[in-house]
Write a protein that binds this ligand. Structure first.
Ligand code: ADP
Ligand code: MG
Length: 279
């Protein structure tokens, strides 16, 4: 049983010798079956972390370790089988002329035999509820559908770690929810580690843990609940908390004590009922 799927050990990185450090001494781990959210304002180093995780970049200092193996030029091809990544703009990710060809691409790259490939394509598309679109042209799909196909392509190769780098950023709230539900279902049924890099505060609430990046450093690592209580400190580095958290924090300033920081509307309502009944 592998404990840590991903480990960053004192990782520092800059894009060139004459440029500033983009990541400074970044350390964290991700366990199997864990959902980690990474937040931080633009330029704080989130996408650089994602690229270091599947060997698109290599650290200048420190180590990136995937399932106990240090990521190097030699191990990168094995690591890429384990770590799947979906980016913000699905249009830049399509290579096939049909949805089927597109999902097949990652499998072909891995030399998977035809029967297994057909099965994996079907499974991938089924997981994102796009089975009916097998022969459609990717560029004709809606934004949400494109992103689901991109995710199907990642799922098809059965990685142990899936990274979504602002993969829901271009979608409307409904599309966003759908993607998150899809990957969450997958995580439940396939025991994978999920890393979501996001601006969507509601996505953070569902994660097991959150890392807040600021100016290339890990500013805070905590559970979503604890993070939402730190509204004032977060605001100082230009980040916000969800509306429910704001409401809960404001209520508590009027001497109403909640038993815990609510993560969503339902939890806040439950807290208020409890408060009322105990009064
Ligand atoms: N290819 C690149 N070449 C030089 N600098 C880059 C490159 N990509 C990103 N940067 C710089 O690295 C910093 C971190 O970028 P990035 O990891 O994309 O942050 P985020 O994803 O949090 O917005 C930024 O200052 C950005 O301008
Ligand atoms: Mg980014």
């Amino acid at each position: 049983m592998i404990q840590n799927q991903v480990e960053f050990r004192n990782v520092s990185f800059r894009y060139a010798d004459d440029q500033p450090w983009v990541l400074k001494n970044v350390s964290f781990t991700i366990k199997s079956d864990e959902w980690l959210a990474i937040i931080g304002h633009n330029g704080s180093g989130k996408s650089t972390i994602a690229k270091l995780m599947n060997g698109l970049l290599f650290p200048d200092q420190g180590e990136v370790i995937i399932q106990g193996v240090k990521l190097t030029e030699e191990t990168v091809w094995d690591v890429r089988k384990k770590v799947g990544m979906v980016f913000q703009n699905p249009d830049n990710q399509f290579v096939g002329t049909t949805v089927r060809d597109d999902v097949a691409f990652g499998l072909e790259n891995r030399g998977i035999e035809r029967d297994k490939m057909i099965e994996a394509i079907e499974q991938g598309l089924k997981a994102v509820r796009m089975s009916d679109y097998l022969l459609h042209e990717p560029h004709r799909l809606s934004g949400g559908q494109k992103q689901r196909v991109a995710i199907a392509g990642v799922i098809a190769v059965k990685p142990d770690v899936i990274i979504l780098d602002e993969a829901t950023a271009m979608l409307d709230p409904k599309g966003r929810k759908e993607i998150i539900r899809t990957v969450n279902d997958l995580k439940q049924s396939n025991q994978l580690s999920l890393i979501t890099i996001t601006h969507d505060l509601n996505e953070i609430a569902q994660a097991d843990r959150v890392i807040v990046m600021n100016a290339g450093e890990v500013w805070l690592e905590s559970k979503p609940r604890d993070l939402f209580a730190k509204e004032t400190a977060l605001r100082e580095i230009g980040l916000d908390v969800p509306f429910v958290a704001k409401l809960a924090n404001a209520i508590q300033q009027h001497s109403i004590t909640l038993t815990q920081q609510p993560l969503n509307q339902k939890e806040l309502l439950d807290e208020l009922w409890t408060y009322r009944l105990n009064k």
